[in-house]
Design a protein around this ligand. Sequence first.
Ligand SMILES: Cc1cc2nc3c(=O)[nH]c(=O)nc-3n(C[C@H](O)[C@H](O)[C@H](O)COP(=O)(O)O)c2cc1C
Length: 393
Amino acid sequence: MTHRRRDFLRRSALLAGLSIAPRSLLRASPAPTHPYAPGRALDDIVSLADAESAAGQITPRDFFEFVQSGAADERTLRWNTERFQEIMLRPRVLNDVSALDTTVRLFGVELSAPILLAPTSSNRILHPEGELAVARGADRTGTAYVLSTLSNTPIEQVAAATKAPLWFQVYPRPELAHTKDMMRRAEAAGARAHCITVDSPVPGARNREERAGFRLPPELGYPHLTSRFEPGRFSLERVRPIRLVWAEVAELIAHATVPVLLKGIMTPEDATEALKIGASGIIVSNHGGRALDTVPATIDALPAVADAVAGRAPVLMDGGVRRGTDIVKALALGAQAVLIGRPYLHGLTLAGADGVAHIQRLLLRELRMALALLGCKDLAGVTPAVIAPRSWR
Ligand SMILES: Cc1cc2nc3c(=O)[nH]c(=O)nc-3n(C[C@H](O)[C@H](O)[C@H](O)COP(=O)(O)O)c2cc1C
């Protein structure tokens, strides 16, 4: 174990035990005086890129590579952000934008902004409070949090830590009965929607994570699973796809008592099929570039999917959203909301719930600026007309 990793884990354990540790023990193990210790002031983090680089300075390398890694040569990972940057905006002036409104209603629930927290596994490697801190961060900003099947904290505890709408991400397990039990358990805990991830019958070839030797620390586990699962072990054995087909997902949807979205849809054909089997929403996602490399950026896949759905259900998207202008572009091209993954993990690493809320606020601030500067007073005003035609180049 590297010195940095040991130091990080020691700090995490210390923070987790602060409230119960006797004074003598605290004196015997003084908290490491790291400049980026959780709870740090966040004034110097003025963009999501700042958070990424600050988190990169303190996170043990194997943990950071786990977060950052894309699949294989990471083309899709790069395209996800680059393709947003290539789209130009077309502002209108002198509209009344004095009363900005960024609220959005999804499945009957009003959110402060169209920015949700995407499901990410193993949050407790980054901060001792892990998923609890993410849930508290979502609470502070009034957004929804999609808890991963591969959370290190049980959904009952996460639900108790937040008033924010909680959704549950479902990784179907080899036995459908286990998947159904997991969904029931999430519903009983208060999950208001399920997102079934359909893009990962096998894990992607995450070479960067592999090279860094990422392993889940043995003291952490996956309380939603009944069988053992070890991330970061890329044996031939793992390339044994689980059987999951449309009929089974239809069965899961029929079993659910809350709306079900399918996460990981990239084509209009699959979006159409998803609605046919009863999905209540679509998440255009390539798993943050972590599954199949060289699939297009999600912002490029979005318009055709939105066309096929044609307003029959909410279309969400994730992958590479790093600026308020990215959100506006996604909305203009057919999304009702976006999700972010890595950025809130960087916030979590830096300052727990405060860090997660800070990332959300930075994006919301940028979204408000983008809306006002485009001449849009609310999200309904964001139409394809805010995208500049290619002829402007
Ligand atoms: C560290 C990490 C873990 C993830 N774990 C999951 C997961 O458990 N389930 C899932 O459906 N997606 C998972 N994802 C994908 C995210 O939900 C989301 O699609 C992606 O992060 C969005 O891209 P972005 O990181 O560029 O915002 C994970 C992503 C990261 C970075």
